[in-house]
Design a protein. Sequence first.
Length: 214
Amino acid sequence: MENARKIRVLVLDDNPVLVDGLSFVINSTRQLTALVMTQRDQNLNDAVKRLAPDVIVAEPRFLERLLRNSDMTLLHLQSKARIIAYCDTRDAQPSEIYIAKGYCAILTKTVASARLLGAIKSVNAGDVIIDAALPPQYETPVLKMGFEPNRLSSKEELVLRHVALGKAMKEIAADIQLSAKTVETYKYRAIKKLDLRTRSDIVTYAISVGWLQH
């Protein structure tokens, strides 16, 4: 029963030493269990079917290669698990690009183990995580995204209201008849504008503006 409650985390990277290291760190916690592809998996699709991960921690370029060699798309994969982009800082793209592709979190490989483990748990709970350690030049300024700072669009506010109520992304998507990917994008834009980082921050903000009764 204890194993059934654990968050299943698939680690994907072309560096086997890094995969072993991350797997060891993940398995050191009671809430998480690490998964890895093996030779019995012909491709990523086989691995996902066999392992049934909840969260995937993946080096984006390596993941793209795996997807090309399987019959899966990133859209298909994100319907199976929540995906964290685990990037080399030198190769990192603007965070908005990863969110638009369907990633739920962007972390650099320089983050502390505790930060990574916390991000895995938060992403599994429905949060969007952006590594604060990303150098400024990798961040696309808010004004370039086509909206004013601290001013939510109607869709961004609608999504954030649902998040504050504790709903998961798929549930919100069904409620407001949008794709889960689009909902993730609206959520990301909203928390970026308001400088919110955790679900608790979102709830506190919702109470402060009168969306929720406290």
